[in-house]
Design a protein around this ligand. Structure first.
Ligand code: NAP
Ligand code: MG
Length: 453
């Protein structure tokens, strides 16, 4: 096993060192998961529901601890980190309702009775990125467990600490040994082994489109189903008839939240040409007032970027572009980056590529058709927002934009009880919402003959 160091992105100082799992460790974890899953799936649905509710309660009791870990490991502002930890408990509570509701169908057939069952896959492998370590993990493990599966979870090496703690809390809550295991290690070793291991029967991957495509290709070799939550370049479309003051005030949160390291970041701001200048005037003070600083402070809106390497990659997007204005950022050893508003053309790199940092590309459009064309002028299709006071336009545009998660006069994307996921290069399949537990099952159809000679 090799060792690696976990870094606090706000100070660039080490927090702790952990061991990387090797293939043999993954195989041992999967073997334990296979054994645990048999007993778990055999439990009465109500007993599985109770066990998940107990897990939710223990997470609730540790919200502050988990939040503080995320502040240190990920640099998330403490208010956001508390929300994220509380969200994990809510997701567990929501899917604890699923075991007793995984209802099949009874289909009319001649000569007998036909019934469908939702059978768990067995062991599910979940690979998560560093941007929202806890919440994204829970979107996989809570419904997967609820449906009767065991879970092996690989956090990103940059941000493993809350996942490791959640694995301990599951045991504290009384979940059986081996049912929910967190395996720390690199993507190319641990993540890749989830893909190639024959006993991992489904993979959930959240991360970059490039790695997601390779994960899907690997899963195809074993005909293994895969859910992919990938990148985005979402549009925030502001029409001339919008409440411009409210729309401008909402922009920083829509793209600079989590320092822009959000797959749903509205990183393209499309503004109708007739109100373009006025809108930029309204936007400037909102960006200036966006508070970038110590994530441990309650007053902070945005912390640092996740790593020095990532900061270099974000900064490179500002080379040679037309920066309209920037917010502020602390100096010091953390991976700080001041938010930037860039005036762009549709073909510019800054308007096309996912930057995953606090950079927004502003582009003007002429009319509704132009807005739709520009919004769809991307390989991605994850999220997006439409600002207008015209109801018909809101309906037309929201139906025409090819994205999985849209909001009108708001930037909300994530509610655990509504479906989440992307179109085009943003992904495959959906997480959250009322159907997520079913996505961790295979349908079995059984015909019982009743007309026997
Ligand atoms: P990434 O490089 O794709 O990594 C994501 C996860 O996959 C990490 O745990 C990584 O492990 C692992 N991994 C890397 N190579 C692998 C391989 N060959 N096989 C299996 N697993 C592998 O992405 P990232 O740099 O962490 O995160 C940023 C990207 O994620 C952005 O593009 C962002 O849009 C996307 N994202 C999408 C969503 C969504 O819901 N759609 C949410 C969050 C992030 P290690 O890094 O530990 O080696
Ligand atoms: Mg990576």
């Amino acid at each position: 096993m090799s060792e690696f160091t976990v870094i606090d992105p706000a100070t660039a100082r080490p927090i702790t060192t952990l061991q990387r799992a090797e293939v043999a460790d993954v195989d041992a974890a999967v073997a334990r998961a296979v054994a645990a899953q048999r007993g778990w799936a055999a439990l009465a649905p109500g007993a599985r529901a109770d066990a998940l509710r107990a897990f939710a309660r223990v997470v609730e009791e540790h919200v502050e601890e988990l939040a503080q870990l995320e502040v240190r490991n990920s640099g998330h502002p403490v208010g956001s980190a508390r929300w994220e930890a509380g969200h994990v408990a809510q997701v567990l509570n929501y899917y604890s309702g699923a075991p007793e509701r995984l209802m099949g169908a009874q289909i009319p057939v001649p000569g007998g009775l036909d019934v469908t069952f939702h059978e768990p896959y067995g062991v599910v492998g979940i690979i998560v990125p560093w941007n929202f370590p806890m919440t994204i993990a829970s979107w996989g493990f809570a419904p997967a467990l609820a449906a009767g599966n065991a879970v092996v979870l690989k956090p990103a090496e940059l941000t493993p600490l809350t996942a490791v703690r959640l694995g301990e809390l599951a045991l504290e809550a009384g979940l059986p040994e081996g049912l929910f295991q967190v395996v720390v290690g690199s993507g190319t070793v641990v993540g890749q082994r989830f893909v190639s291991h024959p006993d991992v029967r489904k993979v959930v991957f959240t991360g970059s489109t490039e790695v997601g495509v390779s994960v899907a290709a690997g899963c195809a070799q074993l005909l293994k189903p895969v859910t992919l939550e990938l990148g985005g370049k979402s549009a925030n479309v502001v029409f001339e008839d919008a409440d411009l003051v409210a729309a401008a005030a909402a922009v920083p949160g829509s793209v600079f939240d989590n320092a822009g390291q959000d797959c749903c970041a509205r990183s393209r701001l499309l503004v109708q040409r007739s109100v373009y200048d006025r809108f930029l005037e309204l936007l400037e003070p909102a960006v200036r007032d966006w508070r970038v600083g110590d994530p441990a402070s309650e007053a902070t809106d945005m912390g640092p970027l996740i790593s020095a390497g990532h900061r270099d990659s974000v900064a490179a997007y500002l080379d040679g572009v037309d920066v309209a204005f920037r917010g502020s950022a602390p100096t010091g050893d953390g991976f700080w980056f001041a938010p930037a508003v860039v005036l762009a053309e549709p073909g510019d790199r800054v308007a096309r590529e996912e930057i995953f940092g606090p950079v927004v590309a502003v582009l003007p459009f002429d009319d509704e058709a132009d807005a739709i064309r520009l919004a769809n002028d991307t390989v991605y299709g994850l999220a997006g927002s439409i600002w207008t006071e015209n109801l018909g336009r809101a309906v037309r545009v929201s139906r025409a934009v090819k994205s999985g998660v849209l909001s009108v006069n708001s930037h909300s994307s994530v509610r655990y009880w509504t479906p989440f996921g992307g179109m085009k290069a943003s992904g495959l399949g959906r997480e959250l919402g009322p159907d997520a537990a079913e996505h961790f099952t295979e349908t079995k159809n059984v015909f019982f003959a009743t007309d026997r000679a």
